[in-house]
Design a binder for this molecule. Structure first.
Ligand code: B4P
Length: 191
């Protein structure tokens, strides 16, 4: 069992790289962003609550995110492991995840952090905004806010995993396939 936290700023390529990782290692994918967008599409109360935060580029409150992940994990059967994509985004979420996974005797194996410059992030997200229909990708000031929120609230999560000796930084600029190969090297070393 291998449990991976895929980390990085908005637009770093977490969703993009998750696709290849899930296929290769047959892992269960938990993307909190995707889960919220599914709730939004289905018009659930959780979706409506999350929308106001997401559209502005702010984080959804911790307890809401933690409860949603908790529910998802409890409903899973036997699996090879998890890839957590876009979660945890705060130290409180990281602590809750540790509690959850340690309680199942399947701790987090490693964090893989995609490193991408701000200019490249803004370029990618504005470009995705042309076709994604995502409100948070269409306005540069919202994108800047997401990056600021990342710097203030999410970067401390990297230090949390550094202190546990689980942090692995990967250059996130370049061909998707070559970034994927570097990610696989980190995962293979943990299998
Ligand atoms: P997320 O859905 O997690 O999304 P993201 O940060 O926008 O993007 P990601 O890094 O996955 O980028 P992608 O691969 O798509 O979050 C959205 C919102 O949900 C948050 O702002 C927040 O409000 C809420 N939320 C989610 N989780 C939460 C949590 N735990 N706590 C609180 N709130 C939470 O890549 C982006 C673009 O780059 C794509 O167009 C892609 O094609 C392109 N790209 C990828 N790799 C590339 C490469 N190597 N070269 C060139 N382009 C590349």
């Amino acid at each position: 069992m291998v449990n991976i936290v895929l980390f990085g700023p908005p637009g770093a390529g977490k969703g993009t790289q998750s696709e290849g990782i899930i296929k290769k290692y047959q892992l269960s994918h938990i993307s909190t962003g995707d889960l919220f967008r599914k709730h939004l599409k289905e018009g659930t109360a959780l979706g409506k609550l999350a929308q106001q935060y997401m559209d502005a580029g702010n984080l959804v409150p911790d307890q809401v995110v933690i409860d949603m992940v908790d529910d998802k994990i409890k409903s899973d059967g036997k699996i090879n492991g998890y890839i957590f994509d876009g979660f945890p985004r705060t130290v409180a979420q990281a602590e809750a995840l540790d509690k959850l996974m340690n309680g199942k005797s399947t701790p987090i194996s490693c964090m893989i952090a995609l490193e991408v410059s701000k200019a490249e992030l803004v370029k990618r997200l504005l470009n995705r905004g042309k076709t994604s229909g995502r409100v948070d990708d269409q306005d540069e000031s919202k994108i800047q806010n997401r990056i600021t929120v990342y710097e203030n609230e999410t970067i401390p999560v990297a230090n949390y995993y550094k202190n546990q000796g689980k942090f692995n930084g990967i250059q996130g600029i370049g061909e998707v396939d070559s970034i994927f190969k570097n990610i696989c090297k980190v995962i293979d070393a943990r299998l």
